[in-house]
Design a protein around this ligand. Structure first.
Ligand code: F6P
Length: 538
């Protein structure tokens, strides 16, 4: 069981409140006071370098945050997760995605995990080698992964991030119940050489099942036949019965288990599409990278524990300084889906307002996660980050060695990454602006206030040697453990998602009413919208 400590009752919480009121240090002051700051606040995990020094965290704050983690019994919580205790209490489940990547150490579910992994290996090898043939004897060229949420965002993010590792198979991802997406993805595909992976933990999600049925119809209407469905449709799920009644045999089903949360499932057979596209060996490297971070998280002291440090800094900002959003800014096109992946991982996990005793919390929990691959954001929303009224802590992520040979591009990308974090730290003082104006012989002193940058905007920099499957696995596991740590401090249950149920529930009667061209008893605005829709609909 997880500890049940209300963080606001701890001594360290009270101390952090005082520190937040009293400290008026800027981040630059902290650098000036301590020439050792960079060394103190940066860490290497394997070949990834984490630099937390440009955060507004003094030594006192840092020490008190570690005390908070101890008072909230974080070390016990970490063990409870790894030991497979039922820490997803409201769903009565253990949380063991770490066992999916526990390749070098034997774990409680090793046998199950390795058997399923072996199935993934054989299948992905067969597809990759062109041995898994479509019904007319042709090799598979395209895979369409149909899933949503955790059954889509993780596989999609990883597959695109590892674009240079693609072998012969082209991936497609369909998640939205808006058929436009399915239509666009199917357009140009040959049913004889297309394989569908229906990925759904529950195998009952409306969007996925609707898309899966439509994909089956497309296949049957374009030369396919019921008798050859098994060559073109496989499933990944925990629900064998539903998979069978959809028409996919158990032989063509890849399993995972209820102790793997949807948003933590890319390491399971939900990663089948990844393995088929980048090859099984690379998929295994992804798991090994995550395992490396798991070991770091489980074994490192809190003050040297990278996910813990990132989480505690986030708690400081969110709960004491009032910074309520967090931007993910990877300076790499391959990581363009990272922010949307982390939106689910973080916001579905920690977007909660009831604590582990069943009481409403009196403090902030999960931040709003958003972001974009650099340098696009610089020409869109960085204005607000630099000069807006809101402070947005940002993670800047950079890959030292790109896969391409365009050195000039890469140097420009790197210089932007560095310049942005420096500008956010230092800003530009009024006297610098005045000096610049003088030097350029410009007049118009009324422009001065607009050209001033306060600086003191916090950033974390993550520098990765190369975007290999191993390093990517390590990065994603870093974020997973950061999210877990914050959930522990906030005394909430991070592994359920009751907040997505109400909308699903209300959509059912509305759908029947729309199908029957009726409108039932709703709030006035909803009823009017239904009526207007029916009037507009041709
Ligand atoms: O509706 C939210 C959710 O349950 C997510 O947690 C999950 O990742 C997604 O839907 C998809 O669920 P499934 O894999 O069961 O189709």
């Amino acid at each position: 069981m997880l500890p049940k400590v209300n963080p606001t009752t701890t001594r360290s919480w009270a101390e952090l409140s005082i520190l937040s009121r009293e400290s008026n240090n800027t981040i630059q002051d902290l650098f000036q006071e301590d020439p050792e700051r960079v060394n103190k606040f940066s860490f290497d995990v394997n070949s990834t370098y984490f630099d937390f020094s440009k955060n507004n965290v003094s030594d006192d704050v840092s020490r008190t945050l570690i005390e908070l983690a101890n008072e909230c019994e974080l070390p016990r919580a970490i063990e409870a997760m790894f030991q497979g205790e039922e820490i997803n209490q409201t769903e009565k489940r253990a949380v063991l995605h770490t066992e999916l990547r526990s390749l070098s150490t034997k774990s409680a579910h090793s046998e199950l995990v390795l058997t399923e992994l072996d199935k993934v290996k054989k299948f992905s090898n067969q597809v990759g080698a062109g041995e898994w043939k479509g019904h007319s004897g042709k090799e598979i060229t395209d895979i369409v992964n149909i899933g949503i949420g955790g059954s889509d965002l993780g596989p999609k993010m990883i597959t695109h991030a590892l674009r240079p590792f693609w072998k012969s198979i082209k991936p497609h991802f369909v998640s939205n119940v808006d058929a436009q997406q399915l239509k666009e993805e199917l357009d140009g595909l040959n049913p004889e050489t297309t394989l569908f992976i229906i990925a759904s933990k529950t195998f009952s999600t409306q969007e996925t099942m609707t898309n899966a049925e439509s994909a089956k119809s497309w296949f049957l209407e374009n030369g396919g036949h019921e008798s050859v469905i098994s060559r073109h449709f496989v499933a990944v799920s925990t629900n064998e019965k539903a998979v069978n009644s959809f028409g996919i045999s158990s032989e063509n089903m890849f399993q995972f288990w209820d102790w793997v949360g949807g948003r933590y499932s890319l390491w399971s057979s939900i990663g089948l599409v990844i393995a088929c596209v980048i090859g099984y060996q690379n998929f295994e490297q992804l798991l090994l990278g995550a395992e490396e971070m798991d070991k770091h998280f489980r074994d490192s002291p809190l003050e040297k524990n990278v996910p813990v440090i990132a989480a505690l800094i986030g708690v400081w900002y969110n709960n004491f300084l009032g910074y309520d959003s967090h931007a993910i800014l990877p300076y790499d096109h391959r990581l363009r889906f990272l922010a949307s992946y982390l939106q689910q991982a973080d916001m579905e996990s920690n977007g909660k307002s009831v604590d582990r005793q069943g009481n409403s919390v009196s403090y902030q929990t999960g931040p709003i996660i958003w972001g974009e691959a650099g340098t696009n954001g610089q020409h869109a929303f960085y204005q607000l980050i630099h000069q807006g009224t809101k402070i947005v802590p940002c993670d800047f992520i950079m890959i030292a060695n790109p896969e391409h040979d365009y050195v000039d591009h890469h140097q420009k990308l790197l210089s932007n990454f560095l310049a942005q974090t420096e500008a956010l730290l230092k800003g530009k003082a009024k006297k610098e602006v005045m000096a610049e104006l003088k030097e350029s012989n410009s007049h118009g002193h009324d422009i001065i206030p607009y050209k001033v940058f306060d600086g003191n905007r916090p950033t974390t920099s993550i520098l990765i040697d190369e975007l290999t499957p191993f390093n990517l696995g390590l990065l994603v596991a870093f974020y997973e453990h950061k999210i877990f740590t914050q959930g522990v401090i906030w005394n909430i249950f991070s592994f359920d998602q009751w907040g997505v149920e109400l909308g699903k529930q209300l959509a059912k009667p509305i759908l029947s009413e729309i199908q029957e061209e009726k409108h039932g008893a709703h709030d006035l605005s909803t009823s009017q919208l239904m009526k207007r829709y029916q009037d507009m609909r041709r």
